[in-house]
Ligand binder design. Structure first.
Ligand SMILES: Cc1cc2nc3c(=O)[nH]c(=O)nc-3n(C[C@H](O)[C@H](O)[C@H](O)COP(=O)(O)OP(=O)(O)OC[C@H]3O[C@@H](n4cnc5c(N)ncnc54)[C@H](O)[C@@H]3O)c2cc1C
Ligand SMILES: *[C@@H]1O[C@H](CO)[C@@H](O)[C@H](O)[C@H]1NC(C)=O
Ligand SMILES: *[C@@H]1O[C@H](CO)[C@@H](O)[C@H](O)[C@H]1NC(C)=O
Length: 500
């Protein structure tokens, strides 16, 4: 063609870019257009259900990152309505070599539902997956992966006064929660959210739709219940539900304006109380440290008379009083303790950083670590609008589930620590150093302590996969190599395929 010698020059004028970059620019533009076309078709040609960065309201309406400290502009946000549409969206992403992440509640601390920092993934929003059914013989409930925790609680209550053990934040999605573990006050009695799942429907990287149970497609079942984001998109769960508890006792105990010594004494008493191997599984407990303050609270899932026989008040330092509330209705109340002390991150957007650490009966906080912690909290520099450190009792039934049944690996943890700092504007190094310092002083004083909960994403964690999945990581990497060797389901800390 006569024009062809001039074509690069013309393109140079049109695109206004350096001549060398022109060809690449052109290719990627048409490829983006092809991806857009493919995704539009995947959701039945419904323009509203496939959104792209050129939309004016893309960030505000479609991306909506939870953590404002981690900007991300995914290639597309899609809103499929059926499992087949999910499979088609995955097919498009694979064809145009994009990573894929599902979004259910959008509550990943590091925006992993959007692919994480700097990602150009295709996002599969599961908001339309709201199926609810309950079998009144087996009491197995089928729930769409887009169900938020507040709605699973409500729907189970209204359909036979049933319950599952799950976390306390109403806006968290079952999709990301039960696929990472899912820890809450009923965990000691009923297990993590993942432990109650008896069946899943998933879409794999090659767009195959399958169902998995502990007997059928075993490896998929194992992998998605603790490391789901790395392996598949879960569209539906079946949960074994339990009857709601009857009478419950909510308790709180506060030390306010305490100095480091007083706070350390209170922590030591709690540490002793919860490390009693005979402690009832009906007893849930959280110790929260804020500026010069400790709040101990939780629920006893049983009648007042049983709670009284535990003699909790006598095991805590005298001075502050134990305050009790008797409840016999679970709806919206189990999570209330957190809301009460203003810790509710509420699901609204903020800039924050968080870290976690796991403690087993042989690596619990000891007196030296406790003294060092409170001295550090009093003296260290902080740049945060708000910070808090939570110690959350786990164990009980969770630790009876065999480690090879589900990817969630923390089967000997007695409690987890989570630390948070919320900042005005971006999270600075001072704030990160402040939280890193907490972990460091504990590691220095508690031999063998380690491990982190993948549900409390720490994007700066070194050796993250090992910390998150520990003894289950090797098997997960092998399964990854089998079912997603090209690493389609990917975020900055997802399981990578084993190398042959
Ligand atoms: C305010 C707040 C309170 C919290 N409280 C608790 C708590 O009490 N207990 C606890 O255990 N955790 C808690 N978490 C952590 C929470 O469980 C995790 O962040 C969880 O992953 C969020 O799930 P999501 O669907 O809301 O998030 P998303 O951001 O939508 O997803 C999180 C990750 O899971 C993946 N994912 C989402 N849906 C699916 C799916 N259907 N199939 C496969 N992968 C999927 C995403 O790709 C992403 O990688 C809390 C988090 C917040 C922000
Ligand atoms: C502890 O503090 C919380 C939040 O301020 C409050 O709701 C609760 O009643 C307090 N409990 C006691 C025993 O003072
Ligand atoms: C899709 O992947 C699964 C898991 O690796 C495999 O069993 C199945 O045969 C694959 N299907 C196709 C059509 O390739």
């Amino acid at each position: 063609m006569w024009l062809s010698p001039f074509l690069p020059f013309l393109l140079y004028l049109v695109v206004g870019a350096a001549a060398g970059a022109v060809d690449i620019e052109l290719v990627s533009r048409t490829e983006d257009e092809d991806l857009e076309r493919c995704l539009n078709d995947a959701v039945g040609g419904d323009k509203d259900r496939a959104q792209f960065p050129d939309e004016a309201l893309y960030q505000l309406r479609d991306v909506k990152p939870l953590n404002l400290d981690i900007p991300v502009t995914p290639a597309a946000v899609t809103y499929p309505k059926t499992t087949e549409e999910v499979a088609e969206v995955v097919r498009c992403a694979v064809k145009y070599r994009r990573k894929v992440q599902a979004r259910s509640g959008g509550h990943s601390y590091a925006n992993y539902c959007l692919g994480g920092a700097g990602s150009t993934a295709v996002v599969v929003d599961l908001g339309h997956f709201q199926k609810f059914e309950i079998d009144r013989a087996s009491w197995i409930a089928t729930m769409g992966a887009g169900t938020l925790l507040e709605n699973s609680e409500k729907r189970l209550h209204e359909n036979g006064n049933r319950i599952i053990s799950q976390g306390v934040a109403p806006q968290v999605g079952l999709g990301g929660h039960a696929s990472i573990g899912g820890l809450g006050p009923l965990g000691r009695q009923l297990g993590a959210a993942a432990d109650q799942v008896v069946e899943v429907e998933v879409v794999l990287a090659n767009s195959t739709v399958l169902r998995a149970t502990k007997d059928e497609n075993k490896d998929v079942f194992f992998a998605v219940l603790g490391a789901g984001a790395s392996f598949a998109i879960i569209t539906e769960y079946k949960f074994q539900t339990s009857p709601e508890p009857g009478e419950m006792v909510r308790y709180t105990y506060n030390v306010t304006t305490g100095d480091a010594k007083t706070l350390a004494k209170t922590f030591k008493a709690w540490n002793k109380l919860v490390s009693n191997p005979d402690l009832s599984w009906k007893f849930a407990s959280t110790l929260t440290i804020l500026d010069r303050t400790i709040n101990i609270n939780g629920i006893y899932f049983g009648p007042r008379s049983e709670f009284d026989s535990l003699n909790i008040e006598a095991q805590l330092p005298s001075g502050p009083k134990l305050e009790l509330f008797i409840m016999d209705d679970v709806i919206g109340k189990i999570g209330q303790t957190l809301e009460d002390i203003g810790l509710h991150l509420s699901g609204s957007q903020a800039s924050f950083y968080a870290k976690s650490l796991a403690f087993t009966p042989s690596t619990l906080m000891n007196d030296k670590a406790i003294d060092a912690l409170f001295e550090y909290l009093e003296k260290s520099r902080k740049d945060a609008l708000l910070w808090f450190v939570i110690f959350d009792l786990s164990g009980g039934y969770i630790n009876t589930v065999p480690r090879d049944e589900r990817a969630y690996p923390h089967r000997n943890v007695l409690y987890f620590m989570q630390s948070y700092a919320i900042t005005l504007g971006r999270v600075g190094q001072t704030t990160r150093d402040f939280l890193n310092g907490i972990n460091r002083l504990i590691v220095d004083n508690v031999p063998g302590v380690g491990g982190a909960y993948a549900g409390y994403v720490d994007p700066f964690l070194e050796n993250a996969q090992q910390e998150y999945w520990g003894p289950n990581l090797g098997r997960l990497e092998k399964i990854k190599a089998e079912i997603d060797k090209d690493d389609v389901f990917h975020n900055p800390q997802s399981v990578r395929p084993a190398t042959p």
